[in-house]
Design a binder for this molecule. Structure first.
Ligand code: SF4
Length: 477
């Protein structure tokens, strides 16, 4: 996984804030999908409380994940599929490469899959001499541009159609156009050739069903269906949490996933894939492999404080309402998962100190939980991560992030618990603030280490006389 520092996070965030095209694109995304998803939940026949039921379904599945995964593996094998449990990214990559090599694959096609971003599948394939083509239009654009996705569902949200026109002229040698229809047609033509030539198709898995032993993929372009049925071999990769125990649970999650992801009642192409094709079937792969990836998830499962994060079905609804994501976009997060989900998942998967800016950068406004189709309490877990950074935690190999900050808050806690000290502090602050620059009675700039709070706003000065003092002096009688 990539390494980002606080300086990178701040620099990328500033870059995004200065980019008016990105700002417009993010505002448009949040207006359309953010509001659309809220309406879609309201319009559910069962009402928005279905999210609470989905939360319980996810809780039950995750509590019994060992049994549910065994059942899934048994039923996939019964359907003729091959199941591989990968402990980590390297094991998953070795397995995928071995399957590709066994079939002498020179070209792979891939449906959009965040878990494949997590393990770095494309890089590994290319390193092994296997060409790989992303087939989701947004991912295809990103791949041609040599960039990373900036949104889980809309990976090329940061690109304008003019950018894409220039890119296609440069990379697939078509005359320049910024007409979306012509650009889409050009991509389709280029990708059709890849589908026909590919020896292997990779996909993610939106949700698997243990009871039936199938996986579901959802797309609005039909590309995943092509990637998983045209090549002779299909390898699906799923995080080990992306499973429902029963078909009825699975259907509830699928309906909510489509609403959360794109405010749709159902995605345009939903494929239930239950193994390789039968002999009498014309379409479908001869081999179906399901890679079930751990890569740090067992550790999350083992900690009751963070287990809830495994309920996530990666719909991206939280990104579409998050005020932070809505300003800094996905690239500033520096990791495959961005927005509120990334701010919790990435520290847990890649290291809490290493990804501290992600969980410290969110506002704790709670919009993510309101938008989440499975009602995950992301703000609670953001706070829990911050507590670990403040105090350190050997169980998660977290070292204390800032001794000075801890010292300041310990001192503050002591001050506010002692009435007389607190009153004295207020009086000193009221006097001290006279030295600070003001505008229309508001403080323009605080001194370090609080200067960040006044970087983009003025703040109210401390009252010259506290409420308690005014009360005691009989001012309110
Ligand atoms: S945390 Fe909730 S809203 Fe965000 S991606 Fe996961 S399921 Fe979707």
């Amino acid at each position: 996984m990539s390494e980002i520092t606080t300086a990178d996070y701040i620099a990328e965030a500033k870059k995004a804030l200065r980019n008016p095209i990105l700002q417009d694109a993010l505002a448009d995304l949040q207006t359309r999908f953010g509001r659309g998803t809220a309406i879609a939940y309201q319009n559910l026949p069962e009402g928005p409380d279905l999210r609470l039921k989905a939360h319980d379904i996810r809780a039950e599945t995750i509590e019994n994940l060992d049994v549910v995964l065994e059942t899934l593996a048994k039923n996939v094998r019964k359907n003729g599929g091959i199941v591989f449990f990968a402990d980590n990214a390297d094991a998953a990559l070795d397995y995928c490469l071995a399957v590709a090599r066994n079939h002498g694959v020179k070209l792979a096609v891939k449906g959009k899959s965040m878990v494949s971003e997590e393990i770095g599948l494309n890089t590994a394939l290319v390193k092994a001499g296997i060409d790989v083509a992303e087939t989701d239009l947004g991912e295809y654009i990103i791949q041609l541009a040599g960039e990373r996705p900036s949104h889980i569902i809309a990976p090329a949200i940061h690109k304008t159609r003019e950018d894409i026109g220039k890119l296609f002229t440069d990379k697939i040698r078509i005359p320049y156009t910024d007409d979306p229809l012509s650009l889409t047609r050009a991509a389709r033509k280029a990708l059709r050739e890849k589908f026909l030539a590919a020896g292997i198709g990779f996909s993610g898995c939106n949700i698997a069903c243990a009871e039936t032993g199938h996986i579901v993929t959802v797309s609005n372009e039909g590309n995943i269906r092509m990637s998983t049925t045209m090549p002779k071999v299909h390898v699906a990769i799923m995080g080990m949490e992306r499973v429902a125990a029963r078909l009825e649970d699975h259907d509830i999650l699928l309906r909510l996933l489509c609403r959360g992801a794109a405010a749709q009642n159902m995605g345009t192409y939903v494929s239930y894939i239950g193994g390789p094709r039968y002999l009498h079937q014309a379409d479908g792969p001869d081999e179906f492999h399901l890679v079930i990836l751990d890569n740090g998830r067992s550790r999350i499962l083992a900690d009751v404080e963070f287990r809830e994060m495994l309920y996530c079905i990666r719909c991206a609804a939280c990104l579409n309402v998050c005020p932070v994501y809505g300003k800094i976009g996905g690239h500033a997060y520096g990791h495959p998962y961005s927005g509120p989900v990334g701010a919790v998942v990435m520290p847990l998967l890649a290291g809490i100190n290493r990804c501290k800016d992600l969980c410290q950068g969110e506002t704790l406004c709670g919009a993510c939980q309101d938008a989440c189709p499975v009602n995950i309490d992301i703000p609670r877990m953001l706070l829990a991560l911050r507590a670990k950074l403040a105090d350190g935690d050997p169980n998660w190999n977290v070292s204390r992030d800032s001794i000075a900050e801890k010292g300041i808050y310990t001192l503050w806690s002591w001050i506010i618990q002692n009435r007389r000290i607190y009153d004295l502090f207020l009086r000193l602050a009221a006097l001290g603030q006279n030295l600070l620059p003001k505008n229309k009675g508001m403080i323009r700039r605080l001194p370090p280490p609080m200067s960040g709070w006044t970087q983009g706003r003025d703040i109210q000065p401390v009252a010259g006389k506290s409420f308690i003092d005014r009360w005691r002096s009989g001012e309110f009688k």
